[in-house]
Design a protein around this ligand. Structure first.
Ligand code: FAD
Length: 436
C-alpha cells in the first residue's frame, strides 16, 4: 500500500504528525510538495521567502534520502497534482496538515472534493494547540489574548514524535525541480530543518525574559522563519522549553502562544487577512510620498528608519521595531495598515498571513488590542528600548558619528539627515483628530 504525505508548512522530519500518519497508514510513502502558481499569482511568493523555501526543500530532500526516501516536487494546482501522483503510484490515502488561511481552506476543500474519505487532515502540526480546539463559551475563537493564554496553558498537548529512521518510497516517481527566482535581500538566513535545529540548540533563552525588548541586544531566538515554514515544530519547542523552566523559557513559550492566538483568529475569520477585524476604520489619511519615505527608511525618525532598513537588508525585523514602525505608519502617519502589511509581506522571510496581518491589525487598533487607542511615541520608545542608540547606529550608518542617545534626535545636531516627516509635537495629532 502507498500513501501520500503532502507537505505544506511543515517542512521537517522531526515531530511531523502528517508524515507519521502517512507512514502508519501504508507500507510506502510518497513525500510531496506542490508549488502552486496561485501563490505566486497572489504575490505571496516574495523573493526572500522563495529563496528560503528553496533551501527548505533541498534540505528536506537530503534528509529524506538519508532514510531511504526522497522528496517529489510538482508544480500546479495542489489537488490536481496530488490526484495525478495518486494515479501514478496507486496511493490510497493522502495526509496533509490543517492550515488557517483562506488559501489553505480552499486547498483542503479541493482535496476533499477529489479524495473524499481518503483525505486525512491533521490539525496538530501548525500550532501547539490546534485552532478551534479551545474556545470561550458561545464563540468559535478567542478575541482577547489573556484569557486565551490561560486556556492555552491548560490545554492538553500531544506527545512529540521522533523523526522516522527509515521511510520506504516507491521507485520511479518523477519530480520537478525548484530554484528560487529574483534577487533576495543580502541578509536572508539559510532555510531548512538542519540549520533550524542547529540554531535552536545554539540559542540560549536565559537572557530572553529581560532582553527580548532591547533592540541592540538582539536577544530573541530568530526562529520565526523556521516556524513559518515548519522546519521546527512549535509543539516540540514548547515541550522542550517547559522542561528547562526559567523566566526566559516561560517568556519564549508565551510568544508561541501569541502565534497560536493569531492563527486561531485567522482560522475562524479568514477575512481578517484583508478587512478590519473589529473596529472599522475608513478614515485613513492618504499620502503616497509619506508611505514611500516609511518604506525606504527615510522618515527622519532614526529609530523607525533603522527598523525599515533592517527589514530591507535581512528580510527580518526585531519585534519591538515591528511594533514601532507599524505604529508609526498606522497611527502617526495614519495610513491604512494594509499598506504597511503588504510591504512587510513583500520582504519578511517569516512573512505569514496570520502573524503579519493580525499583528498589523493589533497595532492599528482595528484588531484584537484591548487598548486600540494607544499610540507609541517613537522618541520615548527609542529612549527606552535603544537607550544607548546602538541599534540605530548599526542600521543608519550616516548617523554613526552621533554619540549615545543623541542619535535619536538628529534634527538637533545634524542638518543633513532628512527632517522628521511629522513634527515631534504632532506624533499623535492625526490619529486623535481622524479616529472615528
Ligand atoms: P522570539 O521573540 O524569539 O519569539 C519566538 C517565536 O514566537 C517567534 O519566532 C514567532 O514564531 C512567535 N512570536 C513572537 N512574537 C509573536 C507575535 N507578536 N505574534 C505572533 N507570533 C509571535 N511574526 C511572524 O512570524 N511573521 C510575520 O509576518 C510577522 N509580522 C509581524 C508584523 C507586525 C506589525 C508585528 C508587530 C509583529 C509581527 N510578527 C510576525 C511577530 C513578531 O514580531 C515575530 O514573530 C518575531 O519578531 C520573530 O522574531 P523571533 O523569532 O526572534 O521571536
Amino acid at each position: 500500500t502507498v500513501s501520500i504525505a503532502l507537505f505544506t508548512q511543515d517542512l521537517r522530519l522531526h515531530d511531523n504528525p502528517v508524515l507519521h500518519a502517512a507512514r502508519t497508514a501504508a507500507d510506502q510513502v510518497v513525500p510531496l510538495f506542490v508549488l502552486d502558481p496561485a501563490v505566486e499569482a497572489a504575490g505571496f511568493a516574495a523573493p526572500n521567502r522563495q529563496a528560503f523555501l528553496a533551501d527548505c526543500l533541498e534540505d528536506l530532500d537530503a534528509s529524506l534520502r538519508r532514510i531511504g526516501s526522497r522528496l517529489t516536487v510538482r508544480r500546479g494546482e495542489p489537488a490536481e497534482q496530488t490526484a495525478r501522483l495518486a494515479a501514478e503510484t496507486g496511493a490510497g490515502s493522502v495526509h496533509v496538515a490543517a492550515g488557517v488561511s483562506a488559501f489553505a481552506h480552499r486547498r483542503e476543500a479541493r482535496l476533499r472534493a477529489v479524495f473524499g474519505e481518503r483525505l486525512h487532515v491533521h490539525d496538530a502540526s501548525l500550532t501547539v494547540v490546534p485552532a478551534g480546539r479551545i474556545t470561550p463559551a458561545g464563540r468559535d475563537h478567542y478575541a482577547v489574548f489573556t484569557p486565551y493564554h490561560r486556556a492555552w496553558q491548560q490545554a492538553p498537548r500531544r506527545t512529540v514524535l521522533a523523526a522516522p529512521r527509515t521511510l520506504a518510497t516507491p521507485d520511479g516517481v518523477g519530480s520537478d525541480t525548484f530554484a528560487a527566482e529574483g534577487p533576495s535581500s543580502p541578509g536572508v538566513p539559510r532555510g531548512g530543518e538542519t540549520v533550524a535545529r542547529r540554531r535552536w540548540r545554539a540559542w540560549d533563552p536565559d537572557g530572553y525574559a529581560d532582553a527580548h525588548d532591547d533592540l541592540a541586544a538582539d536577544a530573541t531566538s530568530r526562529l520565526s522563519p523556521y516556524l513559518h515554514f515548519g522546519c521546527l515544530s512549535p509543539t516540540e519547542l514548547a515541550a522542550h522549553a517547559l522542561r528547562h523552566d526559567g523566566a526566559g523559557a516561560e517568556a519564549f513559550v508565551r510568544q508561541l502562544a501569541w502565534r497560536d492566538f493569531h492563527h486561531q483568529v485567522l482560522a475562524a475569520r479568514p477575512d481578517a487577512a484583508r478587512y478590519d477585524y473589529r473596529t472599522k476604520d475608513d478614515h485613513w489619511h492618504h499620502d503616497e510620498e509619506e508611505a514611500e519615505a516609511w518604506r525606504r527608511g527615510r522618515t527622519g525618525y532614526p529609530i523607525i528608519d533603522a527598523g525599515m532598513r533592517q527589514l530591507a537588508h535581512e528580510g527580518w525585523m526585531h519585534n519591538r521595531a515591528r511594533l514601532l514602525t507599524a505604529s508609526f505608519l498606522a497611527k502617526t502617519l495614519y495610513l491604512d495598515w494594509r499598506i504597511g502589511a503588504a510591504h512587510f509581506l513583500a520582504l519578511l522571510v517569516d512573512g505569514d498571513v496570520a502573524n503579519n496581518q493580525l499583528n498589523w491589525q493589533w497595532v492599528a487598533g482595528t484588531g484584537t488590542d484591548t487598548r486600540p487607542n494607544r499610540v507609541l511615541n517613537p522618541l520615548r520608545q527609542a529612549d527606552r528600548y535603544d537607550p544607548a542608540g546602538d541599534y540605530v547606529r548599526r542600521w543608519v550608518p550616516e548617523l554613526a558619528h552621533l554619540p549615545g542617545p543623541a542619535v535619536h534626535r538628529p534634527w538637533l545636531l545634524d542638518g543633513d539627515y532628512p527632517p522628521p516627516i511629522v513634527a515631534p509635537e504632532e506624533l499623535t495629532a492625526r490619529f486623535r483628530r481622524g479616529r472615528p
